[in-house]
Design a binder for this molecule. Structure first.
Ligand code: C5P
Length: 236
């Protein structure tokens, strides 16, 4: 169902703004993404607001720390009710393995389904030239993306967050039974803003994305519900 594939990024800085958007979209959206801006401004109340609205939550805090600390963060995220949680794959095998074990332990304790755990490979804001300069490497960015996706899978994560342009590559390396979540989505009729390497919703789904993340084309629209319906029709 198209609705199951859409995640709306709730990039706001207060609960009232979030509440307004969720109320407008509650009939056509099932999952919202809480990122670092909203979570830092409002804390677990952001997640609570969505739970009360019976929504699913992708907690996009991109954890990156020593294994023990990330395990603690993932335990807390599972406890407050996040359904999807992510972390930087460059934190390494041990970090991701510890995260997986922590989520399993907490979900079992609470008798709730396991959250979906996702690795972040290389941020989509980094292009080839910046990757090689910033990481002081001759390696190709796409090779690093493929490597980190595979490492995420070996560590026991369920999938990755990736640019829509990387879907085919990741499917080749990690197979079909691996979740791919893609931001950088722009319908033809929406402004691109600061996103560079983009695809339309229909293109990303056709390329093999399990979920697409859409923010401003919906939340900055004068008619968010109309924008959402258009996107859902496009991916149907
Ligand atoms: O408004 P827009 O559709 O560009 O929002 C995309 C969302 O996905 C933002 O919350 C952004 O932080 C997030 N994101 C991204 N690229 C990544 C990871 C996350 O755009 N690689």
């Amino acid at each position: 169902m198209p609705k199951d594939k859409l995640i709306v990024a709730l990039d706001v800085d207060n609960l009232e703004a979030a509440d307004r958007i969720v109320a407008q979209l509650s009939d056509c959206v099932q999952t919202f993404k809480v990122g670092s801006q909203f979570f830092t401004a409002t804390g677990p109340a952001s997640v609570q607001l969505l739970r009360e609205a019976k929504m699913e939550i992708f907690l996009d805090l991109k954890f990156h720390d020593i294994p023990n600390t990330v395990a603690g963060a993932v335990t807390s995220a599972t406890q407050i009710g996040a359904n999807m949680i992510n972390m930087h794959a460059s934190g390494g095998f041990e970090m991701m393995r510890a995260a997986r074990e922590a989520a399993e332990r907490k979900a079992t304790d609470l008798g709730i389904p396991m959250p979906i755990l996702l690795g972040v490979t290389i941020l989509t804001s980094i292009d080839e030239a910046h990757f090689q300069r910033d990481f002081s490497t001759q390696r190709k960015l796409t090779d690093q993306v493929a490597y980190l996706a595979e490492l995420s899978q070996e560590s026991g994560l369920d999938g990755v967050v990736a640019s829509p342009l990387e879907i085919t590559l990741i499917r080749q390396v990690c197979g079909d039974d691996f979740v791919i979540v893609t931001p950088g989505i722009r319908p033809k009729w929406a402004a691109t803003g600061d996103q560079r390497r983009i695809m339309t919703p229909a293109e990303a789904i056709a390329a093999g994305a399990d979920f697409i993340v859409v923010g401003r084309p919906i939340t900055a629209s004068e008619a968010p519900q109309v924008a959402t319906e258009r996107i859902l029709q496009e991916i149907e």
